[in-house]
Design a protein around this ligand. Structure first.
Ligand code: SF4
Length: 246
């Protein structure tokens, strides 16, 4: 039986996809974003081992809320694609009950090796929406911010576009790091090359997870960075959303 390593669940999420959502936070991530508010999800192999059956038992209680709000299930993390076999089984079950399925991914594990693509294609058959986090358009700056370059993540965006998978792009706006007009314009230009983007969300950087870094004994490098002003958030929204205007 396939099991997942689960960090936690949230039963009435309202910001990770349409409507009210049951959010499953998976354990394990390949990135190390400096602004991460869930560093306790990083370590692969930690978390609670759960079966699809256990999760579905809980999820099914929320069917009326999904139906009333146009919601469903979102698997977030951590990085859900690290547990692709589990996701396939979970979403297959969700689809038996007509539940809308969403994955919130940073694309870290994406590669075009046949073994991965075969599983990804199967998963996408049961996936209604991907929330794709693009952390930075510039590969070097992406590496400084997350520990990884971004070529394979941009390739993941292209793969989803080639396969017409609906996507919402998300971009965390971090002053002094990802809030430069030149980078935002480059990101908008990249988004213009995709034909499957339904929505773009600008997520203002915040410090709500800093205490978790401290609890884990990790150094929080952005301690002197403050959240962006409303003006900068609106500016980023304007620039990025220009990619959706034909
Ligand atoms: S991809 Fe998400 S979970 Fe992973 S380090 Fe970045 S913000 Fe944290």
């Amino acid at each position: 039986m396939v099991t997942g390593r689960i960090h936690s669940v949230e039963t009435f999420g309202a910001v990770d996809g349409p409507g009210l959502r049951y959010i499953v936070f998976t354990q394990g991530c390949l990135l190390r974003c400096q602004f991460c508010h869930n560093p306790d999800t990083w370590k692969i192999g930690n978390g609670k081992e759960m079966t699809v059956h256990e999760i579905m038992n809980d999820v099914l209680d929320y069917l009326p809320f999904f139906e009333a709000s146009g919601g469903g299930i979102t698997v977030s993390g951590g990085e859900p694609l690290l547990q692709i076999d589990f996701l396939i089984e979970l979403f297959k079950e969700c689809k038996k009950h007509g539940i809308h399925t969403t994955i919130d991914s940073s694309g870290g594990p994406f590669n075009r090796r046949p073994q991965f693509i075969e599983k990804l294609d199967e998963l996408l058959q049961y996936t209604d929406l991907i929330l794709l986090d693009l952390k930075h358009i510039d590969s070097e700056k992406h590496k400084n911010l997350t520990g990884m370059t971004n070529e394979h993540i941009l390739d993941f965006a292209h793969y989803l576009s080639e396969n017409n998978v609906p996507v919402w792009i998300r971009h965390v706006l971090v002053p002094t790091i990802s809030d430069f007009d030149s980078d935002l314009i480059r990101l908008a230009d990249f988004i213009k090359t995709l034909n499957n983007v339904e929505k773009i969300e600008v997520l203002p950087y915040h410090k709500l997870g800093v205490y978790k870094w401290e609890n884990l004994g990790l150094e929080y490098k952005l301690k002197d960075v403050e959240p962006p002003s409303n003006e900068r958030v609106e500016n980023a929204k304007r620039i990025l959303n220009s990619a959706l205007v034909n």
